[in-house]
Design a protein around this ligand. Structure first.
Ligand code: NAP
Length: 338
């Protein structure tokens, strides 16, 4: 890098204009998975001109699902990303605005609430949090080193690279089995490593998995290390009953060991439940009036697209009512004062 690059005059980069970018909004929706997009649709139709802030994950976890067979209205199934795109088109058609800005902080002590991104700052009269969940990592040796070089959390994104190769899938839940089955389209062999001797996945997925000749199961085993050279070459597993360690040769490892809620922005500001999810009541209300949460970030129980979409709709209806009541009260107070 030359010295010229380093001697840039930062005063000319426009930081002084940041203040001018502050915008007041009726409703800001953080996150654009099924919950956020549906909230956007309902709030748009309620004439709230909602703003949807999308970080890096348009469509949320659902968009990484290869084929969704249980979203009503699509008897032949629909891809997760295709569904997200349709939801997005529907929301914008009714006036929702989508901005690709990552939220870096939220201040709920001020009102209107302050939502900061790397770009504009928003002052929101109400908020719907739909930040979803992220994949849980195994936390074993070699994992960080090989992310993107054989370690993956998304079969839909990376499955294609494993044509005629051997892959390990870690976990025994719906995601592991669903995505493992998807990987059999490409891979020569899909080896499921699970820590128990029974799957958590639903009965239909289990039936399909046990009937799939390309799928093999390694029971009662935990991954202790991802091994490789430049890329992954296998996983070291330990039998939880015998303690014996072996290495399973594989070209890729897909981790599906559960999810963690994306709540960092709200720690210390909103009540979280014992599992770390945002606590809401049956009307999607959080511990802060005017702030709602919908979708996986407040749902450790169902985590279904249809449930998230329903919660997003409910949150938008609640936000609209709350804003209308607040406006009415303020108008009444102004009248009394005047
Ligand atoms: P999940 O249901 O929490 O399953 C996680 C799996 O990983 C479990 O089998 C668990 O083992 C295992 N696990 C957890 N921590 C581990 C560790 N440190 N080492 C090894 N194994 C570990 O997560 P999910 O499969 O991602 O599903 C999340 C939610 O989405 C669920 O509610 C699911 O129903 C839903 N989902 C539904 C569909 C569908 O309807 N087709 C598809 C995908 C996801 P144990 O079984 O021993 O606990």
């Amino acid at each position: 890098m030359s010295d010229m690059t380093l001697s840039l005059d930062v005063s000319r980069l426009g930081f002084g204009e940041q203040k001018a970018q502050e915008q007041e909004r009726n409703l800001v929706i953080i996150g654009a998975g099924p919950a956020g997009l549906t909230a956007g649709l309902y709030a748009g139709r309620a004439q709230l001109e909602p703003l949807l802030l999308v970080g890096q994950a348009f469509g949320g976890q659902a968009a990484t699902t290869s084929e969704m067979e249980n979203y009503p209205g699509f008897p032949e199934g629909i891809g997760g990303m295709a569904l997200a795109e349709q939801m997005s088109n529907q929301a914008t058609r009714f006036g929702a605005e989508i901005m690709y800005e990552e939220v870096v902080s939220v201040d709920l002590k001020q009102y209107p609430f302050v939502v900061r991104t790397y770009g504009p700052v928003f002052r929101a009269k109400s908020l719907i949090i739909c930040t979803g969940t992220s994949s849980r990592k195994l936390g074993v040796a070699g994992e960080e080193r090989y992310i993107g070089r054989g370690v993956s959390f998304c079969a839909t994104c990376d499955g294609f690279f494993y044509k005629d190769k051997t892959v390990v899938v870690v976990g025994g839940g719906d995601s592991a089995i669903d995505e493992g089955l998807y990987l059999t389209r490409f891979a020569r062999e899909v080896i499921v490593v699970h820590r128990r001797d029974a799957l958590r996945a639903n009965a239909l997925l289990q039936k399909r998995a046990f009937a799939e000749p390309k799928m093999r199961f390694v029971w009662n085993s935990v991954v202790t290390e991802i091994v490789g050279d430049d890329n992954v070459t296998g996983v070291r597993v330990r039998d939880v009953n015998t303690g014996e360690e072996t290495v399973i040769d594989a070209d890729g490892v897909f981790e599906y060991v559960g999810l963690v809620p994306n709540t960092k922005l709200f720690e210390g500001q909103l009540e979280l439940n014992e599992q770390g999810y945002i606590a809401t009541d049956r009307r999607q209300r959080t511990s802060m009036p005017g702030v709602y949460a919908a979708g996986d970030v407040q749902d450790p129980w169902y985590r279904q697209v249809v449930v998230a979409a329903g919660a997003g709709a409910a949150a938008a209806i609640e936000a609209e009512r709350w804003l209308a009541e607040k406006a009415f009260e303020e108008a009444e107070q102004a009248q009394q004062a005047g």
